[in-house]
Design a protein around this ligand. Structure first.
Ligand code: HEC
Length: 218
């Protein structure tokens, strides 16, 4: 993407200069400055185009098939049982009869094993760490992943420092990043309430295989 945009906006001096014309050092510099200015103009707009998506309400909605999904978008299921939106972001899906997808259920369990001691049950937050059911209303999938992998430390103003540990080396978290995201996004969207989930899709063989591979098991 970047290379493409840069290449297009950065004509080589050979193309730009008239045949048989000997550019002075000054002209060459001028061309370079112009190319850079062009690149600056073009690159951000190229990024904006890539992000352009149909406007989706940032909350739960009803998809054409009657299921509950993020913004009511149609979600595609893979053989692991993971649903994704058209932009490739993992998402939850609650079937019309209330059956939740495997990733949301698994994320619920992983959250309560690894995160709730600090972030409170059901993503509700504690005096120590923020309510993730609220954070995920605005955090993107990429931002979420970044914080969980690398941690985060806000130096307190008048209070104690808050430290989110880096989980990048912890397979019990890394192997379930998408599960955690999907569950917390469902909480943030209001698709799941605080009651213990009952009906869920089954764990697939492909999911189990992937899990074993992630943990380095055979
Ligand atoms: C030892 C306590 C602790 C544990 C365990 C913990 N966190 Fe955190 N987390 C924090 C604190 C404290 C912050 C706030 C850090 C800051 O703002 O500087 C935080 C921040 C975050 C944020 C950013 C929230 C925002 O609004 O910007 C995310 C996302 C997050 N944690 C996800 C998780 C997940 C997922 C888990 C479980 C795998 C987890 N955390 C486990 C303490 C913890």
């Amino acid at each position: 993407m970047t290379n493409y945009a840069f290449g297009r906006s950065n004509p080589s001096p050979a193309q730009a200069r008239p045949v048989g014309f000997k550019p002075s050092a000054l002209l060459a510099t001028g061309l370079l400055v112009m190319s850079l200015a062009l690149a600056c103009l073009v690159l951000p707009s190229a990024g904006a185009v890539a992000q352009e998506q149909p406007a989706v309400a940032n909350t739960v909605g009803t998809a054409p098939d009657g299921s509950k999904t993020h913004g009511g978008q149609e979600a595609t299921k893979d053989d692991m049982g993971k649903y994704t939106m058209s932009d490739g972001t993992p998402t939850y899906r609650i079937a019309p009869d209330g059956t939740m997808d495997w990733f949301a259920y698994s994320g619920y369990r992983r959250y309560h094993a690894e995160c709730h001691v600090c972030h409170g049950p059901d993503g509700m937050g504690s005096s120590y760490a923020p309510a993730l059911a609220n954070s995920l209303k605005t955090l993107s999938y990429e931002q979420f992943t970044e914080v969980v992998v690398n941690g985060k430390k806000t130096v307190g103003v008048g209070t104690a420092d808050q430290v989110m540990p880096a989980f990048g080396e912890n397979l019990n978290v890394m192997c379930y990043l998408d599960d955690l995201y999907v569950y917390l996004k469902a909480r943030a969207d209001g698709a799941l309430d605080r009651t213990r989930p009952s009906k869920r899709e089954d764990k697939t063989k492909a999911y189990g295989d992937n899990e074993n591979q992630c943990f380095g098991r055979k």
